[in-house]
Design a protein around this ligand. Structure first.
Ligand code: ZN
Length: 326
């Protein structure tokens, strides 16, 4: 081959090779500027949307699910092609639109758990929702990854026009001078005291806007509040209904879509009453299976929608599948 031809060919190859590099750079830029995801869907006549507040990785795994052996937990995670080093908890926020009401269930961490979470307001902005338009906030329970988003860093309300609904039982527990954590396996007293103090500050600041509900109550013509105690004393499942359709928001009943379902008895160290939470988890899982209930989990993999099925001695999470990203 003549030298000039060879150079030409090399230039051509170099030219072609340069193209994918350009594309790669463009793709990287696009990924960086990607919007936060949001997932719209319907329950009867209600319009719903899932937003993300980010995620929290719990590591190592075994002490988090204390009743299982490290070996058995790692083997089960491996069987499901999961990391054996951490269980990564989603934080799925549910928004419900009913006529003129815009209802938010739980509010994320408020950025108190590092940069991997606290994304609620960015997610809302990407979904075109302004915090001013939220009319009601329903709190499943008062842990900091659920109530942290109620106040700004400066301690003012994030949702200026929202009424805040929380179970009387839950509110009483956290606002009391002393909390009984003796039945929990989580014994970092300093951290528990810090959580309690921040929850008390939030509910004192918002006291004019706070409404206490009793379990069994119906709220706003589309929500039924069910007591599911153990994770906290007033831990609440939110049944979202319209016509003949219903979605059950199970909040913090389940923390891993693998471990908590196959072995609900392995427990969760963040439960306020470990044994009671375990009994509640087993009972509610059985209920969800029998009713073929559409289920939503705050900490289950994005967007947290699916069904529960019996699997051997335990249960199985069957995540909803989507034909296209909506
Ligand atoms: Zn939680």
């Amino acid at each position: 081959m003549k030298r000039r031809t060879l150079l030409k060919r090399l230039a051509l190859i170099a030219g072609i090779a340069a193209v994918p590099f350009k594309i790669l750079r463009a793709e990287a830029a696009t990924i960086k500027t990607l919007k936060r995801p949001f997932h719209p869907f319907k329950v009867g006549a209600l319009e719903l949307m899932v937003l993300t507040d980010g995620h929290i990785a719990l590591s190592p795994v075994q002490p988090t699910f204390p009743n299982g052996s490290e070996q058995a937990e790692k083997a089960l995670l491996q069987k499901h092609f999961r990391s054996t080093e951490a269980v990564d908890l989603s934080m799925n926020l549910l928004i419900i639109k009913k006529e003129n009401d815009l209802i938010l269930v739980d509010t994320g961490t408020g950025g108190n758990f590092g940069p991997a979470s606290g994304w609620m307001l960015a997610s809302m902005a990407d979904a075109g929702i302004s915090p001013e338009t939220i009319t009601h906030i329903v709190i499943s329970h008062a842990h900091p990854d659920h109530v942290g988003g109620l106040l700004t860093k400066e301690g003012t309300p994030v949702f200026p026009h929202a009424q805040v609904h929380i179970a009387r039982l839950e509110h009483e527990f956290w606002m009391a001078p002393q909390q009984d954590f003796s039945k929990s396996k989580f014994q970092d007293k300093k951290l528990l005291a810090a959580f309690t103090a921040s929850t008390q500050t939030i509910f004192k600041t918002l006291q004019e806007k706070v409404h206490l509900f009793e379990h069994g109550a119906e709220l706003l013509g589309c929500l039924r509040m069910e007591l599911a105690p153990g994770h906290t004393p007033g831990h609440t499942l939110v049944h979202v209904y319209s016509g003949s359709e219903e979605l059950v928001h199970v909040a913090d009943l389940l923390h891993s879509d693998v471990l908590s379902f196959q072995h609900p008895e392995w427990g969760f160290n963040g439960d306020t009453n470990f044994e009671l939470a375990m009994a509640t988890r087993k009972k509610i899982l059985a209920n969800l299976t029998q009713g073929r209930q559409k289920t939503f989990g705050y900490h289950l993999p994005w967007p947290g929608i699916g069904h529960v099925r019996k699997q051997g001695e335990g249960y199985e999470w069957v995540a909803e599948a989507y034909a296209f990203p909506e």
